[in-house]
Design a protein around this ligand. Structure first.
Ligand code: GTP
Length: 303
C-alpha cells in the first residue's frame, strides 16, 4: 500500500451514521475526520475547520448536498476545497449538476471501499500540490518573503479591515541605498545575497501578528502595519534600519556609510472612501523620496 497523507482533514456529511462509519473505516491513516449529519451543519463545519476535502451526500434533511456545494463554492473561505459527492442517485443529470456546481468527483453508492480510498488519496494529494503552488505563487523567488502579488491583496484586505475597525493603517516603502553601485562593485550575485540578508532582517522584525513585509520590486520592500499609528511605525522602521546596518555588509563605494544602509518612507492614515494607492502608496513614496533627497540612511514619516 502506498504511504498515507499525514495530517489531512476530511469533512464527511451524511445523514446516515453507518455511511460515515463505512467511509471512516476506509480512510488512510493520518486522516482526521469531522462529521456533519445535515447540510446546515456541513456548511458550518466547513467554514469553521477549512478541511482539505469534503465528502458530501446529496440527499440530506434541511439542505441538500447541491445547496451545500453551491454555498461553499461561492465563499472565498471554502471555494478551493475539493468536494466529492457520494450518492445513491443514479441519474446522469444529477451527476452533471454536481460537477457543474464545482464538485471534483462523484461516487455512486454502494461505494467500493478500496476504489474510494484511492480516489480520496488522489484528491488529497492533488489538493496538497495545488496548495503548495498557490503558496509559491505568492512568494518572491529570491528572498522567499511575500511578493508584490501577495502585497496587493494584503493591502486591499487590510484597508477594508481598517475601515471597519477605524484603526490607523501604516505603510512603509524601504529601499537599499546606492544599490546600483553595490552591484557594480561586488557583482550581481553578491547583490542577490545582499537582498536575501536584508529581507531576513525585515522578516525577523515582524514581531506583531498583523505586521507583514513583502518585496515590492527590485531593491525595494514594503512593510504593512495595521492598527499602527505613525509614531509606532516610525519606531518599527528605525529598528529595521538599525538591523540592516548591524549586518555590516561592506559597501565600500557608498557615499553614505562603509556598509549597506536603507532609506524608508512612511505613510499612515485612517482609511476612508479614498483609494489606498493614493492615500498610502503615493505618500510613502513621497516620504521615501524625501529620505533619499535628505541624505539616505534614514526614516521619514510625512505628517
Ligand atoms: N542583484 C540584484 N540587483 C537588483 C535586483 N533588482 C534590482 N536590482 C538592482 O538595483 C539597482 C537599483 O538602482 P537604482 O534604482 O538606481 O537605485 P540605487 O542605486 O539604489 O540608488 P538610490 O535608491 O537612489 O540610493 C539596479 O542596479 C538594479 O539592477 C535583483 O534582484 N538582484
Amino acid at each position: 500500500m502506498s504511504p498515507s497523507l499525514p495530517q489531512s482533514r476530511l469533512l464527511i456529511a451524511d445523514d446516515h451514521p453507518e455511511n460515515i462509519l463505512l467511509l471512516m473505516d476506509n480512510l488512510d491513516e493520518g486522516c482526521s475526520v469531522i462529521v456533519a449529519k445535515d447540510g446546515h451543519k456541513a456548511v458550518e463545519q466547513a467554514f469553521a475547520h477549512q478541511p482539505d476535502l469534503i465528502m458530501l451526500d446529496v440527499m440530506m434533511p434541511g439542505m441538500d448536498g447541491f445547496e451545500v456545494c453551491a454555498i461553499l463554492k461561492s465563499d472565498s473561505r471554502t471555494k478551493e476545497i475539493p468536494i466529492i459527492f457520494i450518492t445513491a442517485m443514479r441519474d446522469a443529470a444529477d451527476e452533471e449538476k454536481g460537477l457543474r456546481l464545482g464538485a471534483i468527483d462523484y461516487i455512486r453508492k454502494p461505494i467500493n471501499p478500496s476504489v474510494t480510498r484511492v480516489r480520496i488519496r488522489n484528491h488529497l494529494a492533488l489538493r496538497r500540490k495545488t496548495g503548495l503552488l498557490e503558496e509559491l505563487a505568492l512568494l518572491d523567488g529570491l528572498t522567499e518573503i511575500n511578493n508584490r502579488r501577495w502585497f496587493d491583496d494584503a493591502l486591499s484586505r487590510e484597508w477594508m479591515r481598517a475601515r471597519r475597525t477605524e484603526k490607523p493603517l501604516s505603510l512603509a516603502l524601504l529601499d537599499i541605498d546606492h544599490f546600483k553601485t553595490y552591484n557594480d562593485t561586488y557583482g550581481h550575485a553578491q547583490g542577490d545575497q545582499c537582498l536575501i540578508q536584508v529581507a531576513g532582517v525585515l522578516r525577523h522584525s515582524m514581531k506583531r501578528g498583523g505586521d507583514s513585509v513583502a518585496r515590492y520590486g527590485g531593491e525595494e520592500f514594503v512593510v504593512l502595519a495595521p492598527d499602527t499609528p505613525r509614531e509606532a511605525a516610525f519606531r518599527l522602521l528605525q529598528e529595521i534600519t538599525a538591523g540592516v546596518a548591524a549586518l555590516r555588509i561592506p559597501h565600500a563605494a557608498s557615499p553614505v556609510a562603509d556598509h549597506v544602509t536603507i532609506s524608508a518612507g512612511i505613510a499612515c492614515c485612517l482609511p476612508a472612501e479614498q483609494d489606498p494607492a493614493l492615500c498610502l502608496l503615493e505618500q510613502a513614496d513621497e516620504a521615501l523620496y524625501q529620505a533619499k533627497a535628505s541624505g539616505r540612511n534614514r526614516v521619514v514619516a510625512l505628517p
